[in-house]
Design a protein around this ligand. Structure first.
Ligand code: UDP
Length: 327
């Protein structure tokens, strides 16, 4: 059995990754504390409940499964929360990841795929970001992810740990077969909040700021379909197992959409009105985060074929109407 340890496998992206890893012939072992994840989302391999800060539990799981690699999704990931409670982000994300990385090295598991973020880049005047753009995070979430990237580099120099680091742009959509999807409690992300507002599950969406320096005044993001995103992880794992060494890849599409454009597209996909109100800016938000995907496409052979805005919203809407987790 080729076990892969998937931290955060009970979360939105992690659960989709487990499905993709299983299809690629691996057995994904989900390691998750269920603080933001759902046991119902663990459908594609064994589940081991545990915390990122619990080294003894990690040692036990590494000894039990002897995984060929770690795919590390588990993290706190909300910009607003990170602004309000930075200590939690530094402790959980940085100290927790350090604990996991040390456990992996001690177990001799030296191939490591890591979920980083475009939030490590911070504000750059209207440029399309690439992997060499300087990292100047605006919030503790981005800063915590950048610190983990640094830890991985130091552990490569000291212990030969090889890492593929993916800097995600905005992830949306859901498994078209409806086995897993996006479900956060509380929800903070644009697409699921908007779908909730459309079908009356919550009040109107608040648009966070219309005074940004963009054509319609709202923030611009680069949205990637979750299934395309997790496909890159399977390719990243192959890259490592083929001995190609450590590498950083942005996962974006090169196309940016404003909050207003996402609202317009949702109206046309769902054929319903989108109730929204204009609110103030949310602290820590960048004006525009858009990436090229040249490196991932050229070197990994990644092709984000499902990442049109219409397809992402349609898949998210289908899941939204039928799927959710109980526990
Ligand atoms: N956004 C918004 N209202 C909301 C949630 C998000 O206007 O209730 C905006 C947010 O300011 C950002 C974009 O939607 O420009 C995407 O935000 P999200 O929280 O989904 O992802 P992030 O960009 O923070 O990773």
């Amino acid at each position: 059995m080729k076990y892969v340890l998937v931290t955060g496998g009970a979360g939105y992206i992690g659960s989709h990754a487990c499905k993709a890893l299983k299809s690629a012939g691996y057995v994904p072992v989900t390691y998750d504390n269920l603080v933001t994840g759902w046991q119902d989302a663990v459908k594609f391999g064994p589940f081991e409940r545990g915390d990122l800060l619990d080294r003894a539990r990690q040692d036990q799981v590494f000894a039990q499964y002897r995984p060929v690699a770690v795919v590390h999704f588990a993290a706190l990931s909300q910009v607003g929360e990170a602004m309000a409670e930075p200590g939690r982000y530094w402790r959980n994300n940085v100290e927790g990841s350090l604990t996991l990385i040390e456990a992996a090295v001690a177990a001799g598991c030296l191939d490591f795929v890591f979920s980083s973020t475009c939030a490590t880049y911070g504000e750059h005047d209207n440029v399309v970001l690439d992997e060499d753009t300087p990292q100047m995070p605006l919030n503790a979430y981005g800063a915590s992810k950048r610190a983990i990237e640094d830890i991985l580099r130091d552990f490569e120099a000291a212990y030969g740990l090889r890492s593929v680091i993916f800097r995600y742009f905005n992830v949306a959509g859901a498994d078209p077969e409806g086995e897993v999807g996006e479900f956060h409690r509380p929800e903070t992300h644009l697409v699921p909040l908007m779908l909730d507002a459309i079908d009356g599950k919550r009040d109107a969406l608040t648009v966070f700021g219309t005074d940004y320096d963009t054509p319609d005044g709202t923030c611009i993001r680069d949205y990637v379909h979750v299934c395309d995103l997790v496909d890159a992880h399977v390719l990243g794992l192959k890259w490592l197992r083929d001995g190609k060494g450590s590498r950083v890849f942005n996962l974006g599409t090169g196309s940016g959409f404003s909050v207003r454009e996402v609202i317009d597209q949702s109206r046309s996909v769902t054929n319903r009105e989108v109730p929204f109100v204009i609110g103030p800016r949310r602290g820590g938000d960048c004006t525009k985060l858009v990436s090229g995907s040249v490196r991932a496409e050229r070197e990994l052979g990644w092709s984000p074929s499902r990442s049109t805005l219409g397809r992402m919203i349609a898949d998210a809407w289908r899941w939204h109407q039928s799927g959710h987790y109980e526990s």
